[in-house]
Design a protein around this ligand. Structure first.
Ligand SMILES: NC(=O)c1ccc[n+]([C@@H]2O[C@H](COP(=O)([O-])OP(=O)(O)OC[C@H]3O[C@@H](n4cnc5c(N)ncnc54)[C@H](O)[C@@H]3O)[C@@H](O)[C@H]2O)c1
Length: 245
């Protein structure tokens, strides 16, 4: 008996990191999964995951791609119960007074505008379904400053308020909306970070290590499933104790 038996999930950013780990775990727990990613290898990556998983190449900054993602979900699986709104980019590490506005625009097109458009499409299907659970991937950066990352941190702070706003708007529709705010994890997103930033982040973690994507997926599973039925509008830190310092 899987913890997501009978559920249908859409996961964005499913070609690597949190999204991939989450797609694998959800499928293992019985969910039917649509994995979406801008990575052109998404369909092959999805095909290799054991269980009922289909992949689609989709850019969450493009409305037509989001429409195609949900059309595939309905065509293949007939409904939407769970949305993991997860695809995101980190931008560059530059002092605030020099932060390039074109990078800010790019981050916003995915992490803010894209997040909202993905939620809009998902909520429409959940309203038809009569229920749903949305798990947004925000960041510890919504609460704690990290030098040189103003564009990314602004975007992730917005994910938290988007989560709370949606939670209160749709609570009567049986749609729960929560956010996970990871600290620093071993995923593709940290590949682009400078050694200086990595060292700074690593030194902030009481557990003495960065997190693994499977540790994120375990918590996403709880929030996506009916086990968290009395939880909505929350933003949870997953940070190896960093915030407790
Ligand atoms: N890894 C960390 O330490 C950390 C910490 C806090 C928050 N996050 C957040 O976690 C989320 C997932 O990132 P990750 O850490 O797994 O990194 P990742 O780079 O491994 O995964 C991100 C995925 O999103 C995809 N993607 C990027 N732009 C896209 C777009 N426009 N449309 C569709 N897909 C797109 C990428 O191709 C990639 O597969 C992001 O929102 C990120 O901001 C990560």
């Amino acid at each position: 008996m899987g913890r997501l038996d009978g559920k249908v999930a859409v996961i964005t950013g499913a070609a690597s990191g949190f999204g991939l780990a989450t797609a694998k775990l959800f499928a293992k727990e019985g969910a039917k999964v649509v994995g979406a990613d801008v990575n052109p290898k998404m369909p092959e990556i999805a095909a290799e995951i054991p269980g009922e998983v289909v992949g689609i190449v989709a850019d969450v900054s493009k409305k037509e791609d989001i429409d195609a993602m949900y059309a595939l979900c309905i065509e293949k699986f007939g409904k939407l119960d769970i949305l993991c709104n997860n695809a995101g980019i980190s931008g560059c590490q530059v002092p605030l007074h020099e932060y390039p506005i074109d990078v800010l625009d790019k981050i916003y097109s995915i992490n803010v505008r894209g997040y909202l458009m993905v939620m809009q499409g998902g909520i429409k299907l959940m309203l038809e379904n009569g229920k749903g659970s949305i798990v947004n991937t925000a960041s510890i950066g919504a609460f704690k400053a990290t030098p040189l990352s103003v564009g990314y941190l602004q975007s992730k702070a917005s994910n938290v308020m988007m989560t709370k706003t949606a939670a209160v708007e749709y609570v009567k529709n049986n749609i729960r909306v929560n956010a996970i705010c990871p600290g620093i994890f071993n995923t593709g997103i940290i590949d682009g970070m400078s050694e200086e930033i990595r060292e700074f982040l690593g030194s902030q973690i009481p557990m003495g290590r960065i997190g693994e994507p499977e540790e994120f997926a375990n918590f996403a599973l709880f929030l996506a499933s009916d086990e968290s039925s009395y939880i909505t509008g929350q933003a949870y830190l997953l940070d190896g104790g960093r915030d407790a310092l």
